[in-house]
Design a protein around this ligand. Structure first.
Ligand code: B12
Ligand code: SF4
Ligand code: SF4
Length: 284
């Protein structure tokens, strides 16, 4: 398969799965999708960013070669020199975003369902992409659902050994922001995922001039709407305090997890009722 055809094949498979999977539906309303049509991008393991992430994130952050090698019980040098990273953005449906705009202290029920059931769908999509690559005879892994996937804590707060947003940044799908969220052409209210494979796929073009250029605050010092939206006081002009955010979402919202029977409600008030909610606010 030529690289252009291979990209189209992967894109169609992901779009189709998002459109047709019964898991991409709210549990109490099968008519209501959790996520809209995805954005899809491709990155190359040859991109020096993946080594830079060992400094930008932490030494424990895996390169694509490490992530695939551990999954296959091989050494990184036993794999082909060039690997591809497939990444996707799942924009959160309008009805859910609108319900969260009304919230001031805690997420809406639809947002919490998106965090919990939407991530189960995202896991199913990761598995689906790995399976179709295996069927075509390629190696593949979704690092975020591997047993080796871990979340650590340092003085700045939690981080993981495979950051989905940093993979999406490498694939040109968006940039980071004052609130820490990842702003794409479909905005900041989304969930994302990725797969590493040896299928040859040409990388997408990364047009952003910096890792923060889609955020109005970094573009011209304006906006800061996410600062006002955060009930935990976790966002300031200095950025996002991950410890305050984590403590708020886990400790202060415990009663909602119990009431709604979900393992995590998320929060996302900083991702709704803000200019970057469903579009790139810097784009003219
Ligand atoms: C740990 C974790 C958390 C922690 C810490 C979040 C964090 N910012 O790291 C806590 C519990 C606080 C958290 C909260 C939330 N989370 Co969370 N979380 C994760 C997890 C599991 C790992 C994140 C990670 O490894 N981060 C690594 C650290 C270092 O990243 P960072 O601090 O954001 O990175 C900064 C630096 O790298 C910096 N930087 C500095 N210099 C440079 C230079 C370059 C070149 C680059 C590229 C970057 C860069 O830019 C970044 C932004 O400041 C991911 C899932 C995954 N496996 O990726 C989800 C994930 C990040 N969470 C997600 C979501 C949605 C949330 C919440 C909205 C909760 C909810 N569902 O309602 C909040 C939002 C918090 C916020 N304001 O961003 C989504 C993010 C999607 C998005 N729209 O951005 C993810 C990707 C899950 C998913 N599969 O979709 N989360
Ligand atoms: S609300 Fe404004 S300042 Fe905050 S992340 Fe979005 S664009 Fe940036
Ligand atoms: S930074 Fe954390 S606590 Fe604050 S609004 Fe965003 S998700 Fe909620």
């Amino acid at each position: 398969m030529k690289q252009k055809e291979a990209r189209a094949f992967i894109e169609n498979e992901i779009k189709d799965f998002v459109k047709t999977s019964p898991l991409n539906r709210m549990p109490d309303n099968p008519e209501q999708p959790i996520f809209d049509a995805p954005l899809i991008g491709f990155a190359s393991s040859e991109d020096p960013l993946f080594t830079a992430y060992k400094t930008i994130i932490a030494p424990a952050h895996l390169t694509p070669h490490e992530a695939l090698a551990i999954a296959l019980n091989k050494k990184p040098e036993e794999l082909p020199a060039k690997l591809s990273i497939i990444t996707w953005i799942l924009p959160i449906a309008a009805k859910t975003r609108q319900s969260n705009r009304l919230q001031k202290e805690a997420p809406s029920r639809l947002w919490a369902n998106t965090r919990w059931y939407g991530e189960q769908f995202n896991d199913a999509l990761r598995t689906h992409v790995v399976n179709i690559l295996h069927e075509k005879g390629y190696m593949a892994t979704a690092p975020a659902i591997q047993p080796y996937f871990k979340t650590f804590t340092n003085e700045k707060g939690p981080y993981s050994n495979w950051s989905e947003r940093h993979a999406a940044y490498a694939a040109g799908l968006g940039t980071f922001s004052l609130s820490d969220g990842f702003i794409t052409e479909k905005g900041i209210a989304h969930r994302c995922g990725s797969v590493v494979t040896d299928m040859p796929l040409s990388p997408s073009y990364r047009s952003a001039s910096t890792a923060f250029s889609n955020c109005l605050y970094y573009a011209d010092g304006s906006c800061k709407r996410c600062v006002e939206r955060c009930p935990a006081g976790a966002i300031t002009e200095k950025g996002h305090d991950k410890i305050k955010c984590r403590d708020y979402t886990y400790a202060a919202l415990k009663h909602l997890r119990e009431e709604w029977l979900v393992g995590n409600t998320g929060c996302g008030l900083c991702q709704t009722k803000v200019p970057c909610e469903f579009k790139n606010p810097v784009k003219k």
